[in-house]
Design a protein around this ligand. Structure first.
Ligand SMILES: [Zn+2]
Length: 297
């Protein structure tokens, strides 16, 4: 997302280079690093947005344009696009009534199909931010604070983290992760994680993904939706929950399709999260396409 914004600003700068009234170049770190110098910014009083409306009303407008408290903003691993790796793609959820695990929403059909170009920006979510420096400065945090970032598998957490500055990452307030732990052996599709439709969840990366979430200082809602299909899942569940015990949020919920045994509960001590037991049906269409894709690898 950040790379795209930089690219847009670079284009805007070069396009306006021929005019005599262009502003000085914007420092590349602005405003994503607080220690960077601020560029010259027009007051934009000729615009009714700044000339007539109060700051409070402007913030309400930005919130309505950039945020959505009801529909998830899906974040998932991206596909190759024009031979250039774009770390993550984002899409606003359109499958809000799905009974299936969230990572099996039909929303991901577009993103994860390697035959179609995926883009993180075709919903024009960033269009308002790109209108001028002043709007960008005033509204950037709203994009991160007022959306529910849903990750298709925890690896997407790391991918988004590496593509954002600390300022942006720490502005996140609502995070939802849905994922599945599949057996790594004794299963006909033991590498189904390699298909673009699967969350690619690996226990060895789990602690690192949780560490990324610990960097966010003021998480208001943190929801995990975890399906355990791993053979002998109990030791996997133990490692997963132990890592979650280091996280905190005002509302912290973990949905599981299995019960936590009493001895593990005793070992974990007081839970920092509320557990929700729920068995969601599998989206057979997604599973079938993943299996087909897996067999073609
Ligand atoms: Zn969706």
């Amino acid at each position: 997302m950040r790379k795209f914004i930089f690219a847009k600003f670079s284009k805007k700068r070069s396009a306006s280079a021929s005019t005599s009234h262009r502003l000085p170049p914007t420092p590349t770190a602005w405003p994503l690093r607080p220690d960077g110098p601020a560029p010259a910014i027009c007051d934009q009083l000729q615009s009714p947005l700044y000339g007539k409306l109060s700051a409070e009303l402007r913030l309400l407008i930005y919130g309505l344009a950039l945020g959505d408290p009801t529909r998830l903003l899906h974040i998932c691993k991206n596909t190759w696009r024009r031979h250039r790796r774009v770390p993550v793609a984002h899409y606003r959820c359109t499958d809000t009534d799905s009974p299936f695990p969230t990572w099996q929403h039909t929303c991901f059909d577009v993103i994860c199909n390697r035959r179609r170009a995926a883009t993180p920006t075709e919903d024009k979510l960033l269009a308002l931010l790109l209108t001028c420096r002043l709007v960008y400065h005033d509204a950037l945090n709203i994009l991160y604070e007022e959306n529910i970032f849903h990750f298709q598998g925890a690896p997407a957490v790391k991918q988004l983290r590496t593509s954002l500055s600390s300022v942006q990452w720490r502005a996140l307030r609502h995070v939802h992760i849905s994922t599945e732990f599949v057996p790594l052996s004794a299963h006909p599709a033991h590498d189904i994680n390699q298909t673009p439709l699967w969350p690619d969840e690996r226990l060895d990366g789990w602690i690192g993904y949780c560490q990324c979430l610990r960097e966010i200082p003021d998480l208001r809602t943190l929801r995990f939706e975890i399906t355990m299909r791993a053979k002998d899942y109990m030791w996997v569940l133990k490692r997963v929950l132990e890592a979650l015990q280091h996280l905190q949020a005002r509302v912290f919920e973990v949905e599981l399709n299995v019960d936590i045994p009493d001895d593990l509960l005793h070992e974990l001590g007081t839970l920092r999260f509320q557990t929700i037991g729920k068995e969601r049906p599998e989206n057979e269409e997604v599973v079938l396409r993943a299996m087909t894709s897996f067999l073609q690898i």
